[in-house]
Write a protein that binds this ligand. Structure first.
Ligand code: ACO
Length: 345
């Protein structure tokens, strides 16, 4: 196996007997709905201001899906773009994983609906729920199937219609979120080390920092649950902020340690796009230069599982890195969950 990078690093997967097999991202794609909701629009909906939202979060606008546009529609559109870039037909896909907290419905899975929409074969398809960390969780799971030679081509999607679970009367949360989807095709590519490592973690002790109380077995839908707005997400923003910084820093440092890399060797850092201040705080702790960061939250807000997937697609297509460069993804979300991944592109 050869690497086009001149940088030295350790491949933590090399100790396993993969006989030269790697798991690489061969195509990426994203899709965001056409409707733009600006901070100026929000000023008319709740007691807020463009100035507050911009200085506290960095967000200027977000996308909102149409009433008849669902998470599976967003995911399928992103998937078709990723397939095009990879040169992969629906026929070739062996597995579909959709990371989401806003499935079209509790069941069947959104992945099954995507399978139908893109015209894939009757292959396995399932949803994964790790909130904003879902895309990295899904990459790591997909990687297991590729490296074990169980499957050759896996479609991973992060897709959300968060506008459906956002309380548009709660200024603490409604300014933060948006809709969208990002997708990646994962395959063995012998000329690249691909996904070098992925760190994943969770802390259920802090499950109540960010959650949606209604709609599950604990609080099924009822007149009371609707009246008390339990089908919208709730968040302790201040505590989530602190935990997010800590979790992303720890995960990123662990990923770098495993690969014996310094942050300066990373060409592009793609963090979960929740809040500019969180991103800057983590970057400072890691010693990352602002030029290394890819940030697009001003346009989309926090799109949860879709966030790093959309950012990865935009970073690729804007030429932020090239074949052989090292990139670092880092995420955190409800659960709490977190993760970091290092990829040789
Ligand atoms: N407009 C105007 N004022 C507001 C708004 C708003 N939209 N929202 C809150 N405020 C007010 C508050 O009421 C508070 O007023 P008070 O002092 O009179 O009580 C004041 O602004 C300050 O509020 P804080 O909560 O202290 O503001 P903070 O600086 O912490 O920023 C924020 C809040 C942006 C939510 C921040 O805490 C944050 O980003 N937290 C992390 C959230 C996050 O990333 N969540 C996603 C997790 S990922 C997932 O799994 C979906």
């Amino acid at each position: 196996m050869s690497s086009s990078t001149t940088q030295q690093f350790k491949n933590p997967r090399a100790k396993h007997n993969f006989q030269g097999r790697t798991c690489s991202i061969t195509g990426v794609g994203s899709y965001v709905p056409a409707k733009i909701l600006t901070n100026a629009h929000l000023e008319k909906m709740v007691d807020t201001s463009d100035e507050w939202i911009t200085t506290r979060t960095g967000i200027k606008e977000r996308r909102i899906a149409a009433e008849n546009e669902f998470t599976s529609d967003l995911g399928a559109k992103a998937a078709l773009r990723a397939m095009k870039m990879a040169g992969v037909t629906a026929e070739q896909i062996d597995l579909i994983i959709v990371a989401t907290i806003t499935p079209d419905m509790p069941f069947p899975s959104t992945a099954c609906l995507v399978q139908r929409k893109i015209g894939a074969r009757k292959i396995a398809a399932f949803d994964l729920e790790a909130a904003c960390s879902g895309f990295i969780y899904a990459l790591e799971i997909a990687q297991q199937f590729i490296m074990s030679r169980t499957y050759d081509t896996v479609l991973v999607i992060g897709a959300e219609k968060l506008s459906a679970i956002t309380d548009w009367k709660d200024r603490n949360t409604c300014v933060l979120f948006g809709d969208g989807a990002g997708a990646a095709i994962l395959q063995n590519r012998p000329d690249s080390h691909g996904l070098l490592t992925a760190v994943m973690g969770a802390d259920g002790e802090n499950a109540d920092l960010l959650f949606m109380p209604g709609g599950g077995s604990r609080c099924p839908a009822s007149v009371e649950s609707v009246q008390s707005r339990m089908h919208y997400l709730r968040m302790n923003g201040k505590e989530t902020f602190k935990k997010a910084v800590q979790a992303m820093q720890t995960a990123a440092e662990e990923a770098l340690r495993r690969c014996e890399l310094k942050i300066s060797q990373i060409k592009c850092v793609i963090p979960h796009q929740a809040n500019r201040r969180i991103i800057d705080a983590v970057a400072e702790r890691l010693g990352a230069h602002p030029d290394q960061l890819f940030v697009n939250l001003d346009k989309y807000g926090n799109t949860s599982a879709a966030s790093v997937a959309i950012a990865l697609d935009e970073a690729v297509h804007s030429g932020r890195f090239r074949r052989g460069d090292l990139i670092l993804l880092m995420v955190f979300g409800a659960g709490l969950t977190w993760g970091a991944a290092i990829i040789e592109w």
